[in-house]
Design a binder for this molecule. Structure first.
Ligand code: N01
Length: 536
């Protein structure tokens, strides 16, 4: 191997990304006495919570659960302030974890991994970065995040705009004060839905450009009551153990009852109860709402009635009501005052499905319906989800095959974790794993523990490579797709389906079987000597 202009080094494992996944991976590897190097593109740790600093950014899983569970001591010493932690607190938590476990000395910030090539003779990966590093590693763990690469939206004329263009996922660290400004925001996904109510309170005028409305439920966010925290502390071990075997890895109360076995009054009462609880609990009201179109309509009609109740102008309420995809098949948004914000005099909604954006002008946005003038434009236009970050690294496995070509028709892998022909390469919360349908931190812990335990098992048997068989990969990929096809998810043009990125294969990306089922399967595979994997 030739060393060009970088520093050449050798480690057991390279980890790409220093979000929660990369940090916990490093911690586990250290505990096993393995050497590891973490590369992180950002100038700080925290991943999602490092980048997404837009006003109102906060987690949509309750903070008590959206945190590491691997260390009782860490759980005891960290205190959350709100039911749903705001971004700044989550970033503090990430930094606390980095300091508490002395992780920083193995994390190289401001460094993007460009390539990872497998050398079949040495059974090692060569990883190169944009800073000129070249590292040889036995294993590579991609902890690159599911929603880390913004989509390449390319509005004509954007460079001509004389004001400032912001992106929710690349928000200035010093924050932005919109006081007195005319602001336009493009997009109405979770990022927009969280930021619109806050920006509306600052701006002179806020105009929302909506292509597709989203369903959103209230967060009912509030300071964490000391009694609730005490109750959590007293029962935490049991709660954590139970959640590990639930579908989502977080608190919710799914029921077995079918929609059509209940009457309209029961439907309303059940959905209302869950609307008042807030968050994702509404997805568990009836067992069939995610699979039966008629059952789903009941949920959709309840949500539409709520929008009509909350938004005074019936035309705006109608525009804000989704009509062409089932309830819950795009990621449900969790908001604070989103719908009520449209009752403000300084907020207006533009339907860009009816009057598409034609160009950005020096002074604002031109749609087919007219011109709008702005001081600032915000792009809340989403991410190239789940495969985007991996596609941007030149990953080459056996025979020089690129991951990009292996996944040309959509991701193929085993357990969402490893790819045939790419030995010792692991994708934490990769496509085909429960990932984004779950409490991400709980899924991250499960994947990291599986990887760490696998490496320990291999070391015990003097094995140096592991990779899935082509057959196991084909069967898992079929299973992931078949399960998704049993649900209503594929009916939405969502980022779950890759539908938000032109040219991306239309495949349902996460595994819908649930984290608990998935965990049992992984445990069994390991206990049976790594069924479906070839070890050498
Ligand atoms: O992105 P999105 P997001 N012209 O893809 C529109 C997580 N998250 O950043 O639907 C005009 O949901 C697009 O319109 P359409 C969460 O998992 C969590 O908001 O394609 N419009 C859509 O309205 C979430 O699901 C939290 O028709 C364009 C919007 O932009 C995921 O991240 C907070 C356009 C993009 O919505 C992504 O959310 C934030 C174009 N060319 C994010 N391109 C929490 O609550 C796109 N759009 C924890």
């Amino acid at each position: 191997m030739t060393v060009a202009d970088g520093v050449y080094s050798e480690v057991d494992v390279v980890v790409v990304g220093a979000g929660f996944a990369g940090m916990y991976m490093l911690h586990r590897l250290r505990g096993m006495g393995m050497t590891a190097k973490v590369f992180e593109a950002g100038s700080g740790v925290g991943g999602t919570w490092f980048w997404n600093r837009y006003p109102g950014a906060r987690v949509d899983i309750q903070s008590l659960e959206y945190s590491f569970s691997f260390d009782e001591q860490l759980e005891r010493e960290w205190r959350w302030s709100e039911r749903y932690a705001p971004q700044a607190e989550l970033l503090d938590y990430a930094n606390h974890v980095a300091d508490r476990y002395d992780l920083r000395r193995d994390i190289q910030l401001d460094t993007r991994v460009n390539a990872a090539h497998f050398d079949e003779t040495a059974n090692r990966w060569t990883v190169t970065t944009d800073r000129g590093d070249t590292v040889s590693a036995r294993h590579v763990v991609m902890a690159t995040g599911c929603l880390s690469v913004p989509t390449d939206v390319d509005f004509a004329g954007i460079d001509s705009f004389k004001g400032t263009v912001y992106r929710t996922s690349r928000w200035p660290h010093e924050g932005v004060d919109f006081t007195g400004q005319r602001v336009g925001i493009i997009g109405t996904g979770s990022s927009a839905i969280q930021s619109i109510p806050i920006i509306a309170e600052q701006a002179k005028q806020l105009t929302v450009f909506q292509r597709t409305p989203n369903y959103s439920v209230p967060a009912h966010n509030q300071p964490l009551a000391p009694e609730l925290v005490a109750e959590w502390d007293a029962n935490r071990t049991r709660y954590r153990a139970e959640r590990r075997y639930t579908a989502g890895g977080f608190w919710n109360t799914p029921r077995d009852q079918l929609t059509m076995d209940a009457g309209p009054d029961d439907h309303r009462a059940e959905y209302e109860k869950r609307w008042q609880v807030g968050g994702f609990d509404i997805l568990g009201a009836f067992a069939d709402q995610g699979v039966d179109p008629n059952a789903n309509k009941v949920a959709a009609e309840f949500a539409a009635a709520k929008i009509r109740e909350l938004v005074k102008d019936p035309k705006v309420a109608d525009l804000l009501t989704p009509k062409d995809y089932p309830f819950g098949t795009k990621r449900l948004c969790v908001d604070t005052n989103y719908y009520a914000t449209y009752n403000r005099d300084n907020v207006s909604l533009v339907d860009i499905k009816a009057t598409p954006i034609e160009t950005i002008t020096p002074t604002g946005i031109r749609t087919s319906g007219g011109d709008y003038e702005f001081d600032s434009i915000i792009l809340a236009t989403g991410f190239d989800a789940m495969t985007g970050a991996l596609a941007r690294i030149d990953i080459r496995g056996r025979g020089g095959e690129t991951l990009k070509s292996h996944w040309a028709e959509g991701p193929r892998n085993y357990l969402g974790l490893m790819v045939a022909g790419f030995p010792n390469l692991y994708t934490i919360t990769g496509p085909g794993s429960p990932s984004v349908l779950t409490n991400m931190i709980m899924s991250i812990e499960q994947h990291v523990d599986f990887i760490a335990d696998t490496l320990a098992a291999m070391a015990g048997r003097q094995q140096v490579t592991i990779e899935p068989t082509a057959q196991a990969e084909a069967e898992w990929t079929t299973h992931v797709n078949e399960l998704a096809a049993m649900t209503l998810y594929p009916q939405a043009n969502s980022w779950y389906m890759g539908a938000n990125v032109p040219g991306k294969p239309r495949v349902f990306l996460p595994y819908v079987g649930g984290l608990g089922v998935y965990r049992l399967l992984c445990d069994k595979i390991a206990a049976d000597g790594y069924t479906g994997f070839a070890l050498g």
